[in-house]
Each structure stands twice: as C-alpha cells, then as structure tokens.
Design a protein around this ligand. Structure first.
Ligand SMILES: Nc1ncnc2c1ncn2[C@@H]1O[C@H](COP(=O)(O)OP(=O)(O)OP(=O)(O)O)[C@@H](O)[C@H]1O
Length: 225
C-alpha cells in the first residue's frame, strides 16, 4: 500500500529559525506514528506543518503524493486534525458543531452519527450547551468528537490525551486503534506512554537530530525511565 504521508528533509520553525532537526518520515494507511520529545522540542510545530497549518522553512511534505494544500477541498477532505488552540463557534451548541461537521462531510445519517459520537465522548447530557458552558475536558472531548465523526485518510492528533480523565483516555486509545484498523493513518503527538504503546506502530523522537525509535523506547523516553 502507498504512503499516505511522506515528509522529506523537512525543516520547521519560526521567522526562519528551525526548532528541531530535519524531519524525514513516512506513514502508510493503517499505521499509527507516535511523535515524542520533551517540552519545546518542536513536536507541535512539526505536526502543524504536516497538517498545512504553517509553512515549512524548507523540505517537502506530500499527502497521497500531492503537496500540502490547506485551502483545497480535496486536502481538507483527507486530513482531520486536533490541535490545542483549535476554536469553536461561540454561539453553536456541542450538537450543532458535530452536525455541521457531519453534514459538511455528507455523512449518510448525520443525526444518528452525531448522537453516537456524543454518547461515545460522554457529551449526551451536555449536547445543548455552548462551548463556553462546557468544562475544559468536555471541550477537548468535543474537538475529538469533531475529528472522529468525519471520514479522513490522515488523522493528526496533537496531545489528544490532554485534560481527559483516565476512562476517556482508555476510550480514546480504543478509538485510535479502531480507526487505524479501518485504514486511517494516524500521527499522534503524546506525552502518555500507555497511549503510545497501546496504539503506535512506529515512533519518532523530535530533538536536534530526529531519531526513529521503537515504541517501547519511545514510551520509556516520555516516562522519563
Ligand atoms: N508561534 C511561535 N512563534 C515563535 N516560536 C514558537 C511559536 N510556537 C512555538 N514556538 C517555540 O518553538 C519551539 C517548539 O515549540 P512546540 O510547541 O513545537 O514544542 P512541543 O514539542 O510541541 O512542546 P510541548 O511538549 O511543550 O507541547 C519552542 O521553543 C516554542 O517556544
């Protein structure tokens, strides 16, 4: 099977200054690639660049063999992402956010899909609340629900475990595995060793020099062991 995502000698950073070493990686359908490293190493910068949220300083990123085109419908159809700073429509309820995504992606039965997603992420009772009236963990769940409800061949998750309680982390772990089994390629930035070992098939350590490490070693690095 061909690569979903391919980065070749990618350099990422701000105002012309790189934040980490060159990144070269590939990920195929059904693979989960964990991205690990210490605070400030450059993980979010790397995955934001992979998702087309910022331009690379140099190097190449290809998704299904094509350059990253964040404004193109075809690109946005393939790539779903959750980042820390993602925003909501202040006047729309949790349910309305998910309906918007479900309808936008032409799901067959959007109402059914939305109810299922609200239930999975434990938001059914808060489905008519606007984001401001949700707890911070519930807002995180809503962002994740919006990413998982829609089809995508590449799913980029930047520390999705943030602010989730242990039960929800377990549910998220299962969901990522299920999604990968269905053929989605997943890029997962995480500081959670358990989430990493239970989901990832490969791992990269972001530092001054990028290292490809096995998932057990990746988990030991983030556990500080
Ligand atoms: N918008 C920005 N402008 C300039 N520098 C930035 C910007 N965002 C992040 N940085 C810097 O780039 C470096 C890498 O940040 P990044 O957020 O990619 O790290 P990270 O590995 O994801 O960290 P963490 O584990 O803390 O989330 C840090 O030194 C950070 O201070």
């Amino acid at each position: 099977m061909g690569d979903v995502l391919e980065a070749e000698r990618l350099v990422v950073g701000y105002a012309g200054a790189p934040v980490c070493g060159e990144v070269s990686l590939r990920i195929a359908a059904g693979e989960v690639l964990a991205v690990v490293g210490f605070n400030g190493a450059g993980k979010s910068t790397v995955v934001r660049t992979l998702a087309g949220r910022q331009d690379p300083l140099s190097g190449d990123v290809r998704i299904h063999g094509l350059p990253v085109m964040p404004d193109a419908i075809g690109f946005r159809r393939e790539v779903a992402a959750v980042f820390d700073g993602d925003v909501f429509f202040p006047g729309l309820t949790a349910r309305e956010h998910l309906l918007l995504v479900a309808r936008g992606h032409a799901l067959d039965s959007p109402d059914v899909a939305v109810d299922a997603e609200l239930a999975f992420f434990g938001l059914t009772e808060r489905s008519h609340a606007i984001p401001e009236a949700l707890s911070s963990g519930q807002r995180r769940r809503l962002l994740l629900a919006a990413a998982f409800i829609r089809p995508a061949s590449l799913l980029i998750l930047d520390e999705p475990e943030q602010r989730l309680d242990p039960m929800m982390r377990d549910a998220l772990t299962d969901r990522i595995r299920q999604r990968a089994r269905a053929g989605t390629a997943v890029v997962l930035v995480t500081h959670d060793p358990r989430l990493l070992t239970k989901t990832a098939s490969t791992c990269v350590l972001i530092d001054e020099v990028l290292a490809h490490v096995d998932t057990e070693r990746g988990a030991r690095i983030i556990a500080g062991a």
